[in-house]
Write a protein that binds this ligand. Sequence first.
Ligand SMILES: *Cc1c(COP(=O)(O)O)cnc(C)c1O
Length: 455
Amino acid sequence: MTTIPYKTYLSEAELPQAYYNVRADMKTDHRPLLHPETLQPVTVADLEPIFCRELAKQELNATDRFIPIPDEILQFYRMYRPSPLVRAYCLERELDTPAEIYYKYEGGNTSGSHKLNTAIAQAYYAKEQGLKGVTTETGAGQWGSALAMACAYFGLDLKVFMVRCSIEQKPYRKVLMETYGATVLPSPSNTTIAGRSFLADDPDSSGSLGMAISEAIEVSLADPNYRYTLGSVLNQVLLHQSIIGLETKAALDQLAVEADILIGCAGGGSNLGGLMAGFIGDKLKGGRGPHIIAVEPASCPTLTRGKFSYDYCDTGKVTPLAMMYTLGSGFVPAAGHAGGLRYHGMSPIISQLYHDGYIEEARSYGQKDVFAAAIRFARCEGLLPAPESAHAIKAAIDEAEKCKENGEKKVIVFGLTGMGSFDLSAYAAYNADLLENTGLEESSLRSSLAKLPVV
Ligand SMILES: *Cc1c(COP(=O)(O)O)cnc(C)c1O
């Protein structure tokens, strides 16, 4: 019997050469994006003022199973990919579990998360189209940092609207973005019509991703040389993130290991969508595949308590409507620390696959329990995880403990999406016992859902 190494790296030559488009294999495609005024399915022409041309096409592409990765993007990937698949031997020992635990680590680049995988693709297509720059929003700051790196690499301007409470929690994220040449504005800001209207409603607003999106889109629409970019939720983002799952599957195949349980944290759904990309195709064709678990914060429980409904992707209601699990586009989550998971909606692809049972399970955890799992992991595996990633760790630990109770030797694979070096203020709050397992009041959920658009 061969011993499985701590780390498995594919060689550079084994780096995937094409993105996998799960829509080509979905039995039921997600319902189309709808134009916010006409309520008709959007066309590439509708999307082109917002996204650059190639990305607008990718957004609506439901037929091409594989989309080749351009050489310029592959060159950048080679600087930090393939990422390692790690066997968590030390965590297994700590848990005294018969389960085998693996994680795919995406935190090993300067931006510190998987978001660089799509940032570099989106910047490339914008550059190729001859644009001057792009705008975006960022919550916790990982996406803004990743896009700042990508824009610096291709020589594009970048304007980032950062959720106000995150700037206060994570000041060094702003410094990182500025170091890579980006302009960072706190959202809601008084520089846009949307921002001024949010401030008129609540001058002390802590901000939300939905508000920041409205501002970033407004600014990009005002200049024909700019386009808007988004770090999650969209089909194009899941497409680019498929590289995570393709690498994971190839590495497991080399080890002759089959995953029984696949776990990803879920904010907008992009890392989970990327991780499952190596596994879901067989399942959709009627074959075997791992039991898939999406994990979210109890304070922003989109899949576990939201409604499967058409909704706007932003608070200002300027984006197309998507059929997705949603808490309502006006929903502002409690100022918890899992910044990257605080979005009201969920990727339409993930939503449809969950609705149809191909993603079998979603669960939520309170932040205090999540940090306890993060610290348990950090102390034995060495890596300090991002709080978002720690949701997946918590689920992996729970599953491994179940295996111990039942004497089962399952293979658990989870996505470790990012590192936590920028999240020390959140760790400080946990260490000082200031965190609570904040949930979501049924009454505020109900009043938010009552405002869903009728389509
Ligand atoms: C943004 C982010 C997430 C959540 O976003 P998804 O689109 O659901 O993947 C998770 N982990 C980290 C580290 C992030 O930066």
